[in-house]
Design a protein around this ligand. Structure first.
Ligand SMILES: Cc1ncc(COP(=O)(O)O)c(C=O)c1O
Length: 421
């Protein structure tokens, strides 16, 4: 991402040209950014017996899945739909883990291949797969009693969460599966998303390592995802190399001794920085002395600000400069305090929020007709998009080698009507 003569370019392609060609709102991903992130993951954990996985819930576009698969990643899928997308993207069945979450008989029956690892989240799910007699290898998702994340709703371990088999129940889980002849090939813990410090990740890893003696058929220890990425100017990069070194220190010898392979399954870390949501400023207003800009996207396109008060850096893509970008932010530039709101019929449809409230943001001056870019929107952006207000899902474009290509068509009215009389 860079400015060339005041115009934002993504992967060498001008944003106004992309908007002209593909319309707005529009998700644009830079392939080079994804390649850089997957290389960081591979390098950081190279000292371990290691297989990187990608948590595809972050972004399950087939083109991105293929790109990530080509770099040797396996795939964490959380629904039959995600499993089918992973297979369509070319992931080998044995490289796919189906991580369950209150999974139904129908969802278990829909697992299309006996080599897919079923990662069980509860004794109740174990009862189901035993009843169905599923031949798949299984893993157990453990609650390691330590959780972390950028928001309470994305902390997935510790107290009051719906995930993971309690340590006290693990023995029951093991016996049920062994009695049924199932092979427990993996143990898994994922403590949350947007975890920005090493301590909870390592505490969770230690917990998994303490359990391995009770599981003679183990092949994998899956330490989950959750690695944070920067969103605000000044946010530090996650110390991924330090994470790799620390994990190699605490886990390396035990893994080698037992001939186990470590898995990490980041989602956000791989794709967040690659993606930008482009929208056009449609209106300006002043209300009670506060400036507002309206854009032609809403929380149906990017829900993270409304749902989590998440910060997405906003820049003027039509007229801006390097000092506007998150990575090279220059606080001394001229900016205006403004609220940026979407086009949905709901007061919560505001992209500039903090502490459950609408706030202004200092942004380079915006005019009606300008394009804005919501940065770092590659993870949990399109994958959480909806049809709210009967808005159509936006198009997605991948920029690679200076070329832009459509990787998901913008929806049309037929998509809205489908399945209804
Ligand atoms: C089981 C599991 N693995 C991995 C992830 C990916 O998390 P992140 O995108 O923060 O890496 C999630 C997301 O919540 C998850 O539930």
């Amino acid at each position: 991402m860079e400015y060339v003569q005041e115009i934002l370019h993504l992967g060498g392609v001008s944003v106004p040209a992309l908007a002209e060609r593909f319309g707005t709102p529009l998700y644009v991903y830079e392939a080079a950014s994804i390649r850089k992130q997957v290389a960081n993951v591979r390098d950081a954990f190279a000292a371990l017996p290691f297989r990187p996985f990608y948590a595809m819930k972050a972004n399950s576009n087939l083109a991105l899945l293929r790109l990530i698969r080509e770099h040797g990643f396996g795939c964490d899928a959380v629904s039959p739909g995600e499993i089918h997308l992973a297979l369509r993207a070319g992931f080998a069945p044995e490289s796919i883990w189906f991580t369950c979450s209150n999974t139904s008989f129908e969802d278990f029956r829909a697992v299309p291949d006996p080599r897919i690892v079923i990662n069980l989240n509860s004794v109740s799910e174990i009862d189901k797969i035993v009843e169905l007699g599923l031949p798949n290898p299984v893993a157990l998702r453990v609650n390691p009693d330590v959780g972390a994340g950028h928001h309470a709703d994305v902390i997935t371990a510790g107290e009051s969460v719906k995930f993971g088999i309690d340590l006290a129940e693990l023995e029951t889980a093991r016996m049920l599966l062994e009695d049924a002849g199932s092979s427990i090939v993996g143990l898994h813990a994922h403590i949350g998303s947007g975890v920005d410090s090493l301590a909870p990740l390592l505490a969770s890893a230690e917990c998994l390592l303490e359990l391995i003696d009770d599981f003679p058929e183990l092949r994998w220890l899956n330490f989950g995802g959750g690695i944070a990425t920067p969103y605000r100017p000044g946010d530090a990069e996650f110390p991924i190399a330090e994470y790799g070194a620390a994990l190699a220190r605490i886990a390396g010898p035990r893994l080698r001794e037992r001939n186990l392979t470590a898995i990490l399954e980041p989602g956000r870390y791989v794709v967040a920085a690659s993606g930008v949501l482009i929208a056009r400023v449609t209106t300006k207003r002043v209300s009670a002395g506060v400036d507002w800009a309206g854009v032609d996207a809403g929380f149906n396109d990017l829900v993270r600000p409304s749902k989590y008060d998440a910060y997405h850096h906003i820049v003027n893509a039509t007229r801006g400069e390097t000092g506007a970008l998150r990575e090279t932010y220059d606080a001394s530039l001229h900016r205006e305090e403004i609220v940026v709101a979407g086009n949905l019929c709901e007061s919560g449809d505001v992209f500039t929020r903090a502490n459950h409230r609408v706030v202004t943001r200092a942004i380079e001056p915006l005019r009606v007709g300008d394009l804005v870019a919501f940065c770092d929107a590659g993870a949990y952006g399109f994958s959480m998009a909806s049809h709210y207000n009967a808005r159509l899902l936006p198009a997605e474009v991948l920029v690679d080698g200076g070329e832009a290509r459509i990787i998901r068509e913008r929806q049309g009215l037929d998509d809205l009507f489908r399945g209804m009389e």
